[in-house]
Design a protein around this ligand. Structure first.
Ligand SMILES: [Zn+2]
Ligand SMILES: [Zn+2]
Length: 416
């Protein structure tokens, strides 16, 4: 029979580097970080229930407001065109790109709204069947990576700079609520502490052995549950708290990462040469790919926007391919780079990877607004779907990479 030694809640295993530590974050407003990889482990917020309720309810209200009123208006040669935020996916669908419209709706409206509702349901004493509660909490932490509201906000500002070249731009009543919604939802998700939320759903199970701090969990047969952060045995597939089935390391992590990276690379080559949008002026069509679009911006003296698009659409994807490949190489046991350096690289990729979606959103905004009869129209093309797929597949590659593999090399060295 197993002997219960110490409460699991006093200990934590870093989900990024596998270091086992005793938790010392007990004061309100304090944040505990991993001493080895500097990842944030827990945050003790002042009155978290109130904080979550205020942020979530206000963000939801602002999201509704931003959909009720006109968003942006453009006036070109006496003709005016005005759009609502929720009209953008319909316009994309009319152009024949239902997949792009669905993706847009998902990452800009549905997933953020779904996650906000889940937070409200979980932090308040609402009677929900326990199994459903577990399911909702699990989906929250999976889906929040796909929220791209802040990327869309920056895309709007870039589009506005470009649109001033075509006509007079007027920001409409729902623009301000939308910007406030972006800021609030960012703050809300920053305040949701995974460990605290799971603790409020179900208490953490007790440990079955005395953990040794300052060394890897794997060495002592323990692992961190990727969903609820509970410490479980490496021989136990199912977490006793959240019920998720996982293993000590993501299964076939390097194989999946490389396969997704290769798929992304296959899409990246045609995505750069195929047109991503067509500009129609007085019935004449001018297709442009990403590089041509950047050259056009540069020639029109939009140097900052040209540099931004070049960085996010060309430089970052290439750096991401090389960096993920390098991480896989290091994690396979090759190379002599320091684990800290490789972990920093992983963090940078994780942070900047999604931002390559800026160009996709800019084109979708331009094509939604610039529909001025026979005068001027902008349409997305299938090249844009390929480019969006490049970003999605590299994001999936990065998500499938297990950063603990970087640090596992230390365990092998210390054993030798
Ligand atoms: Zn760590
Ligand atoms: Zn769990």
């Amino acid at each position: 029979m197993d002997v219960i030694v110490k409460k699991n809640v006093d200990y934590i295993i870093c989900s990024k580097c596998d270091l086992l530590m005793e938790l010392s974050c007990s004061f309100v407003g304090e944040q505990a970080s991993c001493p080895r990889c500097q990842s944030v482990l827990v945050s003790n917020w002042f009155e978290p229930h109130k904080r979550h309720n205020i942020y979530a309810a206000t963000a939801m209200f602002l999201l509704v407001l931003s959909n009720l009123f006109p968003f942006i208006n453009i006036k070109l040669a006496g003709i005016s065109n005005q759009i609502l935020l929720n009209q953008i996916p319909y316009i994309i669908m009319d152009d024949g790109f239902t997949i792009l419209a669905a993706f847009f709706m998902l990452v800009i409206q549905f997933i953020p709204l779904y996650c906000i509702i889940i937070i409200l349901l979980l932090v308040n004493p609402i009677k929900i069947p326990f199994q459903l509660k577990l399911l909702l909490a699990r989906s929250l932490f999976h889906l929040r990576h796909w929220i791209m509201v802040e990327i869309f906000m920056i895309s709007i500002f870039i589009s506005l700079f470009k649109l001033t070249n075509y006509g007079d731009i007027n920001l409409q009543p729902s623009f301000c609520p939308w910007c406030l919604f972006c800021i609030l939802q960012l703050r809300l998700f920053q305040c949701v502490d995974r460990r605290w939320l799971w603790e409020s759903i179900k208490p953490i199970p007790n440990l079955i052995q005395t953990p040794i701090t300052g060394i890897s969990g794997l060495i002592q047969g323990l692992r961190c549950c990727p969903c609820c952060t509970a410490i479980v045995s490496v021989y136990q597939d199912k977490c006793l708290r959240c019920g998720i089935i996982s293993s000590a390391r993501y299964e076939y992590s390097l194989q999946y990462t490389l396969a997704l990276l290769m798929t992304s690379l296959i899409f990246y080559i045609p995505a750069n040469f195929m047109p991503v949008m067509i500009t129609e002026i007085f019935g004449l069509e001018y297709p442009a790919n990403i590089i041509e679009g950047i050259i056009l911006l540069w020639n029109e003296s939009y140097y900052v926007i040209a540099i931004l698009i070049f960085t996010f659409s060309i430089v970052i994807p290439i750096l991401k391919f090389l960096s993920i490949g390098w991480l896989c190489w290091h994690a396979s046991g090759y190379g002599n780079n320091k684990c800290k350096t490789m972990h920093l690289l992983y963090k940078v990729i994780k942070f900047i990877g999604r931002w390559s979606m800026i160009d996709v959103f800019v084109i979708l905004i331009l094509s939604s607004l610039l529909k001025i009869g026979k005068l001027m129209n902008i349409y997305p093309t299938s090249g844009l779907i390929l480019f969006a797929l490049v970003v999605i597949f590299t994001m999936m590659a990065e998500m499938n990479f297990d950063p603990r593999l970087i640090w596992d090399r230390n365990n092998i060295k210390s054993r030798n």
